[in-house]
Each structure stands twice: as structure tokens, then as C-alpha cells.
Design a protein around this ligand. Structure first.
Ligand code: SF4
Length: 114
């Protein structure tokens, strides 16, 4: 199993603190996921395939747009990378990239090694 999990899948994990606090009734032994103060989200990586795919598509779009406006230009696709990242980051969901993290981890043991 990955060191990172969705809050839903985290319910299958046992919480080491579940029975060490609380007043009368013991808490569930299930991990409470993102509602727990110890839960930490894993940021979406710049290497996420959805992000890199969106960047490449945006580079292609910007390059095609540039070529249409400047047919004699020899500007290469690499020259559009920075603008593509800016465009995708400005509206991630329109480019198929989640704007919120999806996976997380119990922060009791610190940050998992990547
Ligand atoms: S995040 Fe950690 S401390 Fe919080 S409920 Fe889940 S296992 Fe327990």
C-alpha cells in the first residue's frame, strides 16, 4: 500500500490514538482521515501525469496560436513552457488538473519518504 491514501481509504487503517483520548465513549478505531487534526494532505506534484499532460497540451495550443499569427516565426515549443504553466495553474480544473489534493497521510509519524 502507498504511504499516501485518500481519506475514504484511510478508514481501513487503525488509528493508534483511537482509544487514548475521549471522554466516556471510546472513539472508533478507524482513521478519521481529513477531519482529524493530525491528517496532512500530500500536495499535487508538478510531475503528476495530469499536470504534465495539461502543460504539453497548452504548449501545443500556444505554439499553434503563435504560428497562426506569425507564420514566419521560428520560435520553438520550449519557449511557451512558462506561459503554459501559468495558464494551467490559473485554472487547473479547466485543464483536467485537480485544484485540491486528493491523497494524504497520518502526520503522527512525520512526512513519509517519497
Ligand atoms: S490521521 Fe492519524 S491520528 Fe488522525 S485518525 Fe487517522 S490514524 Fe488517527
Amino acid at each position: 500500500m502507498s504511504q499516501f491514501t485518500s481519506p475514504e481509504d484511510a478508514k481501513a487503517l487503525r488509528c493508534p490514538l483511537a482509544r487514548t483520548f475521549g471522554d466516556d465513549k471510546p472513539l472508533s478505531s478507524e482513521c478519521q482521515g481529513h477531519v482529524c487534526a493530525v491528517w496532512r494532505w500530500k500536495p499535487i506534484s508538478a510531475k503528476d501525469p495530469r499536470f504534465t499532460k495539461a502543460i504539453n497540451e497548452e504548449i501545443d495550443r500556444l505554439h499553434a496560436e503563435h504560428k497562426a499569427e506569425h507564420p514566419l516565426s521560428d520560435r520553438k515549443k520550449d519557449g511557451f513552457h512558462q506561459q503554459a504553466v501559468k495558464n494551467v495553474s490559473a485554472d487547473r480544473e479547466a485543464h483536467g488538473v485537480p485544484s485540491e489534493p486528493e491523497l494524504g497521510f497520518c502526520g503522527l509519524g512525520g512526512v513519509p519518504l517519497l
